[in-house]
Write a protein that binds this ligand. Sequence first.
Ligand SMILES: Nc1ncnc2c1ncn2[C@@H]1O[C@H](COP(=O)(O)OP(=O)(O)OP(=O)(O)O)[C@@H](O)[C@H]1O
Length: 254
Amino acid sequence: MPSLHLEGVSKHFGGLKAVDDITMVVPPGEITGLIGPNGAGKSTVVNMISGVLSLTHGDIRLDGTSIATDRSDIVARRGVSRTFQNIRLLPEATVLENVLIGFHRREHAGVVANLLGLPAALREDRAFRERAHSLLDRFGLDEYADTEAGNLAYGHQRRVEMARAIASEPDIVLLDEPVAGMNDVESDELATIFRELANSGMGLLLIEHNVGFVTRLCKQVYVLDSGRMIASGDPHEVTRDPKVVAAYIGTSKH
Ligand SMILES: Nc1ncnc2c1ncn2[C@@H]1O[C@H](COP(=O)(O)OP(=O)(O)OP(=O)(O)O)[C@@H](O)[C@H]1O
């Protein structure tokens, strides 16, 4: 399973260095954390990895191959998938249909075969539906398979987004604040799923405000503040680092 490397990555918006020369690794089979106060640059990092934003400097490599200039659909096809901080489901499509969209990367039968309804496409469709149901089951959503996604409670919508993100069996998945707005029971359930995904070999990058959640789950954590990487390493040590404490209570010098 490949790992993801960010090397000297920067993003400038005019004079603002939203991300400034950061280097980090997301290894396979592990949950890696990316934390930092509001405006630190976390979403900008995710947007650069996933091909939504271009880089000002630096390189992003997946298994040694640069993906830094790839468009977002290519990045997804190469095996890097993501969820969004603000849920992006098709609200009028059913939960099952939303998850089926996630299989796009693995579609082999081809667009023409699909349009003509040829047997290979039909078989693939059946296989995808079965897998989508088992994913929904894993996320405790199967009873909602035929419900319009927009009618689900917020916490359930977030789960649908995660099911869709892992439907393509990505090598790396970027989770942008997955437990925001969830209670402890819901976040514990997700923590179990995240551990299972990592145990299956997937590399997870967890972007979170909830430092306790990150500390419990991650082997390695990176801390951003005003675009700079101010600490990285074991989460228990990093969260005691005076620079990190200062950044979180807003006393860091910029
Ligand atoms: N498209 C943009 N144009 C100009 N500035 C931007 C743009 N996107 C982000 N920024 C700025 O870059 C900085 C980093 O923002 P970013 O959203 O990456 O932070 P964050 O750590 O994800 O914050 P939060 O935790 O609040 O989501 C902020 O100062 C933000 O205002």
